[in-house]
Write a protein that binds this ligand. Sequence first.
Ligand code: PMP
Length: 281
Amino acid sequence: KWVLYGTEVVERDKVSIDLEDRGYNFGDGIYEVISIHGGKPFALRPHFLRFVESARKMQIALPCKWEDIAMSVEELLRKTGVQDGIVYIQMTRGVSQRNHVYTHKEQAVITGFARSTSSMEEEQTNGMACFVTEDLRWLRCDIKSLNLLGNIMAKRQAADEGCQEAILHRQWQCTEGSASNVFIVKNGIVYTHEANHYILNGITRQYVLSLAQKLNITVREEAFSLAALERADEVFCTSTSLEVAPVVEVKGDIQATYEIGQVTKTLQQALQQVLFEEVNA
Ligand code: PMP
């Protein structure tokens, strides 16, 4: 019933979105998904910093300070009472007569909701099957934009093949998942694509990288090939909702099966620990 509209928490039927909102016409906007544990948001600040960064890259002016939106998110959580789930926040460039050219005069439109979600325990414990397919997205995947056609089409294809996630590649170099970052482990070394315009620099990815460093696990932030993926000792995906989820099978452009390995389990536990500590701080 309660949703975020601008920096207000209002009843859902009080929200009205114009049919010429650029988010609706062009997918001209950005979003974030933040996980909620025991009623508390995890990694709120890094998510908002990325939100601000996506806005800057797309030249969308924030209509208020991000701290004001964050305060409304807290209010949204109080009012909805969501304990375990997600908060979704999006900001479109706003309303203008439909025209490709934006004028910098549009007023950004912010909306959001909180929702309980089912646990990812199954994926986290037993692992996922992933469908490996070509990355057909644009070249600014570092922006968390509302344009997700390449992602949703890959995800649908994965689901049609009985897989929980798609793993994408550009000319046989693995980039990321349709909604997650992808890691492989080979001879104890962790590899994941460097954070450039080919991938979204996941907040969970960043946590896992810093945890790996603390645990003296060697990490190489560099693209790895499908051949390397095929020969990997362990494979896992990270995202806000999956946290660390092992991959036990890949099909599609390559086929392989994997055991759930020690490095994956260690990082999964370490992330759960940090998450628990941060939300209970
Ligand atoms: N890559 C893509 C394409 C995604 O959609 C997501 C999830 N939003 C991620 C990576 C993981 O990001 P995060 O850990 O911040 O959820």
